[in-house]
Design a protein around this ligand. Structure first.
Ligand SMILES: C[S@@+](CC[C@H](N)C(=O)[O-])C[C@H]1O[C@@H](n2cnc3c(N)ncnc32)[C@H](O)[C@@H]1O
Length: 266
């Protein structure tokens, strides 16, 4: 493993953005390196807002479990919930205790999680607000919800069909089929949905059960929060929106002074 994988890079910084981007360009040939790096980076982002040791973390739509494993490496009790058994088994054996479950209906009681984490899932669900409500339900008051997603007008919004999604979903899909001889993995309206930055921010800010701790571009190397404040431009330039939300309902405890969590009731 390289040093970049061992230690998260300063965030934001040009070096970090370039390292993540280079790993992403090699995602097909070296997915483990790409996702391990991304997991280390994302978990470090969470750790800036809460101690992880002994905390209960739910990784919703976590695929084969890179993020769950990184949370565990940092001392959290992390649980993976993933509805697609193929994703879960993409690296062979999934992490111990992984559960095949849909993020709309998590099989856990209310307020069980210290951190509810979901990376790059929101654009894959038809009803992002209901999905988000379920993440909030399972998070304890004072706990954190980490949500990141690639918005539709991002240069990567069309995923493997990008940037041709700017010409429309069906043209992008048709072009992908023509060029590669294969169907695209994603079909807009089935497993990929246009989600936008402005409406998402407005909906989240209107909620009374969460407070927005951070709204920023996940990968942008400079002023990552500023870019999300400029209507119009933010839909193209944010690339991937990262929201860190705090569940309201109880006084917040500063980092480093939290009591150990009670056991999960699941
Ligand atoms: C692009 S992958 C992201 C995987 C991982 N979280 C990451 O950031 O690399 C999207 C994941 O969302 C999952 N997913 C789709 N619909 C979901 C739902 N309703 N509830 C939970 N996960 C869902 C998919 O099965 C897939 O594993």
């Amino acid at each position: 493993m390289t040093e970049a994988v061992e230690r998260p890079l300063r965030d934001p910084s040009l070096r970090r953005s370039l390292t993540l981007f280079r790993a992403f360009l090699r995602e097909r040939t070296d997915p483990d390196r790409c996702y391990s790096l991304l997991a280390r980076d994302a978990v470090a982002q969470v750790a800036r807002h809460t101690d992880l040791r002994g905390r209960i973390v739910l990784d919703v739509g976590g695929g084969p479990g890179h993020f769950t494993e990184e949370f565990r490496r940092r001392g959290a009790h992390a649980y993976l919930f993933e509805p697609d058994p193929r994703e879960l088994g993409a690296r062979g054996r999934p992490p111990q205790g992984a559960v095949v479950a849909d993020g709309y209906l998590l099989p856990v009681p209310d307020a069980v999680a210290d951190v509810c984490f979901t990376s790059n899932v929101l654009e894959h669900v038809a009803d992002p607000q209901t999905f988000l409500s379920e993440l909030v339900r399972v998070t304890r008051p004072g706990g954190l919800v980490y949500v990141s997603f690639t918005n539709w007008l991002s240069p990567w919004g069309g995923h493997e069909m990008a940037p041709w999604h700017y010409l429309g979903a069906s043209r992008a899909r048709e072009r992908h089929r023509r060029r590669t001889g294969r169907e695209a993995k994603h079909t807009v309206g089935e497993n990929l949905f246009p989600v936008h930055i402005g409406p998402t921010l407005r909906q989240v800010r209107a909620r009374e059960d969460v407070r927005v701790v951070s709204a920023r571009s996940r990968y942008w190397p400079v002023l990552p929060s500023a870019v999300t404040r400029i209507p119009g431009l933010r839909e193209f330039a944010t690339w991937n929106l990262l929201l860190i939300l705090r569940r309201t309902g109880a006084p917040e405890t500063p980092v480093g002074t939290q009591a150990r969590p009670s056991e999960a009731r699941s």
